[in-house]
Design a protein around this ligand. Structure first.
Ligand code: PNS
Length: 165
């Protein structure tokens, strides 16, 4: 069985991420979407909240080969544990490509069997990122074109609570 991993911070999950899930799920028997930590980021949403947002975003997709989980360790350790054939990551730009190439190289140093598939994003999603969602949402802007409809209210609630504090 070909298992692929889609790792990320997903803070929060975006329409761009969902597009990668849709496309990657066709390339393998099972796609595991793993909510992970990035030591350079301080997430707004807890890992449990992010898993929940992803599950709700994918509930209506009729994709029966997806699993969503949380992982607090090294990516390669989960990759080995699940016996993955590749990780998948979306790329929007040249700078994304550089970052992904470095990440893949580092992971290959840790585990030579590691491989990564980089999927170029759809052109209408090239400006969507979790960071932009948080910036727009924090100031009360419209995030409806950036995050799946199923989670807009929950994501906006989080911004409202953040503004009140
Ligand atoms: O969505 P992001 O923040 O670009 O995802 C980056 C992520 C979470 C995939 C990366 O930071 C990661 O793999 N974190 C787990 C710890 C790890 O294995 N780091 C890479 C070692 S070089």
């Amino acid at each position: 069985m070909k298992v692929m991993l889609f790792p990320g911070t997903f803070d929060p999950f975006t329409r761009g991420h969902r597009d990668i899930v849709r496309r990657a799920s066709k390339l393998c028997d099972k796609l595991v979407v793993a909510v992970m930590e990035n030591s350079a980021k301080s997430p707004l949403f807890t890992p449990d909240e992010r898993v929940d947002l992803i599950k709700r975003s994918l509930a209506g997709e009729n994709l029966n080969n997806i699993e969503v989980m949380e992982w607090g360790g090294l990516l390669v350790d989960l990759y080995k544990q699940l016996d993955c054939c590749a990780s998948v990551r979306g790329i929007r730009s040249e700078s994304d490509f550089r970052y992904e190439a470095e990440l893949a190289l580092a992971n290959r140093l840790l585990y030579p069997e590691y491989d990564a598939i980089l999927l170029p994003c759809r052109d209408d999603m090239s400006l969507i990122s979790s960071t932009i969602v948080k910036e727009v949402g924090y100031y009360g802007g419209d995030i409806s074109k950036m995050v799946p409809a199923e989670i807009i209210d929950t994501v906006n609630d989080k911004f409202m609570k953040g503004r009140k504090q």
